[in-house]
Design a protein around this ligand. Sequence first.
Ligand code: FES
Ligand SMILES: [Fe+2]
Length: 361
Amino acid sequence: MTVRPDNAWSEASVDLRKVGANPDYWYPVAWSHEVKSGQTFAARFAGEPIVLVRPSEGAIFALEDRCAHRQVPLSKGTVDGCTLRCVYHGWRYDASGDCIDVPYLGKGKRPNGVRRYPCFERDGLIFVWPGTGPAAAPLPRIGAAADTAYKTRRFGKLVACHYTFMHENLMDMNHQFLHRRTTGKVVPRYLGSRAGERWMEVDYSFARPGEKPPLGEAVIVGGLRGRAGTARDLMTVRTEYPYQTLQMWTKGDAPVLNVWLGYTPIDAAQRRNRTFVVLSVRKPRIPGILDLGWPVLAWFTNRVFSEDCEIVEMEQAAHDAQGADWNREVFPPIHALRKLLRECGEPGSSPDGAQRNPGRT
Ligand code: FES
Ligand SMILES: [Fe+2]
């Protein structure tokens, strides 16, 4: 049996890894291209099965992925016009989740339907509102994906860890040691942090006046920077619950790098999350250069992302083995981040594998 050391430091009685993601937000559940016209897609939020339906005409919609009749997944059914028919007995549901036809019952006899989830599509992502509170206005934009001044790549994966490990990993730039074989030596310098209601952000710089940067840093940051000597070199990592962004400026107001990340818990215990990354790079004056370097950038970002995923999965494994959070965090902004994630998380939650009440309407 593993015994927690006496001097292990605990910052709060609530284990952050047991704080559920607050469902009263918009969460990305699929890339647009995954949901084909006239087809369904099986998604999940914290153990809740959700079917996305893209009718051949009309807007995409999202329903509970369980037929009201015998609970089989509606995602196995067929899209028929603007409706969804269950694969088993052919009950038909409309976009609001109402059962509008039971083929073998007389007209007017209709059982209760299934839950509808507010849903919208933007910049290559499909979002649902899993909460039972009123849905807020859809997000205004996803990073710089809609801005033609940027070239954007979308990637991500299923990561076997609690979503809070993802937030901490990105915000704590002091982990560049992990990436040394991919990036070479990169030395970010912490400048300061700010916080407000439901958000906090941390600034880093790579600039060291009068000093030569390490080679890895010179290649990566210098490449983004353009001409030497014009650098402002400011990187800001921000958690605006429940999303994260990473932006980097070199000169002017427009960031040269703009990354948006969403983390959607998949299982009821929230030990796995689907990470969605929308990464945009500002096009240089000669855009062909960026196109030319794009495969290298894709390789590089995939590799850094894999290294991050691997290490956060190890953190989750340690948490599972120890049954609690033994972390001894020393970087003050991460304490602030953990506090924010605790405060914004699902009130009173302690996901332990129990399925959330989907609040069927
Ligand atoms: S189980 Fe869906 S129609 Fe019977
Ligand atoms: Fe990293």
